[in-house]
Design a protein around this ligand. Sequence first.
Ligand code: BJ8
Length: 425
Amino acid sequence: MSQDYTDMWKGLGLDLDAHNALLGVLGQGYHDIYLGQENRPESMAYFDFVMAEVHGLRIQELVDEKKVGRKIIGSYCVFVPEEITLAANATLVGLCSGADFAMDEVEKILPRNTCALIKSSFGFKLGKVCPYLESADMVVGENTCDGKKKAYETLGHLVENLYLMDLPQVKSDQGKSLLRSEYFRFKAAVEELTGVAITTESLKQAIQTVNAKRAAIHRLTTLRKADPAPISGLDALLANQVFFYDNPARFTESVHKVCDELEQRIAERKGVFAEKTPRILVSGCPQAVPNWKLPFIVETSGAVIVGEESCVGERGTRNLTDASGETVEEMMAAIVDRYFQVDCAIFTPNPERLAHIEEMVGAYKADGVIHYGLQFCQPYLMESMPVETALKEKGIPCLRLETDYSMADMGQIKTRVEAFIEQLR
Ligand code: BJ8
């Protein structure tokens, strides 16, 4: 880290010993997984820097923003519209939830058979180790899966300003009306928090900022169609993870720099792996920082990941918001239209997700799909079965995995992944 941030962490109320332990594990994991990769694009150095400063410089920026009156809003879901927060002079940060922490404490207040993502969010709170969470002036919880919606009832006792957003479960007219009214209610809550009324100009600017971020990621994903793959799935996942908490303009610029380099690589037929390396699409639950387990296994077993059908991936970023509206109401309608297309497995029925998986297999020339399910995640585990059946009917090999954040099953998963890759050759 570029400087000593101890006083800042103390000021946020972090448990310094626990926090140091977390940083140690995170730093070691990143070092072993990321810095051990061969043929990485040089421009990924920016993301190495971001990860080195993940609890340093970026938090300092957030603390500095707070000093001049800007508010920080934390979110656990891609349904929370960044456009609205930015337009009201607030910064949105994703609360990552990608590692086990303080599990003994967590299992005193949540059932053991709760998904790792939810448990992680509680562990970070109970262990007082997440500076993003501790700097947030508002934390948004959403009624999505049963696990999350019930866990937020408990989280409300631990977090000072937990705002609950109701979300539809059916893609019907009533569902869309619910989303519309919830987004207007959220807009009012954010305006009240910041004391800033959203205007036509501020909302248009915010939509353009978020669209630019997504467009940069779209450029990156398009370049992953090349064979040999110009970038690893690990690095592409990292960019998708950093999407949630970096400064938007700086993130956009940095992704474009990576893309410039990838275009050059493609022109020179230079890849991270040899041409004709088996290509995998990963589909399923979000993989939040520092959950790099599956791509690490896949990419050290002779295959490359070319796409993520995931909220930390294309499900979260694929659509832009129409910025052409001339009033706040028109642009709010465009925001509703954009988010209502997110095909999370909490929706029933959810045929759009299957169609998107098949479309991605074709677009990224994937040889097979690995369905990534977190244990106890009913929505995605339930959907994994029809997904597998439909893919197999189309002759697309599919491997369904169910795991958590522990490393205990690494060997077992590696064995299954290796056998799957062998089948693809
Ligand atoms: S829009 S995927 S970010 S809800 S893994 S907590 S579903 S039991 S994360 Fe999600 Fe929003 Fe949907 Fe995306 Fe529940 Fe499953 Fe756990 Fe999950």
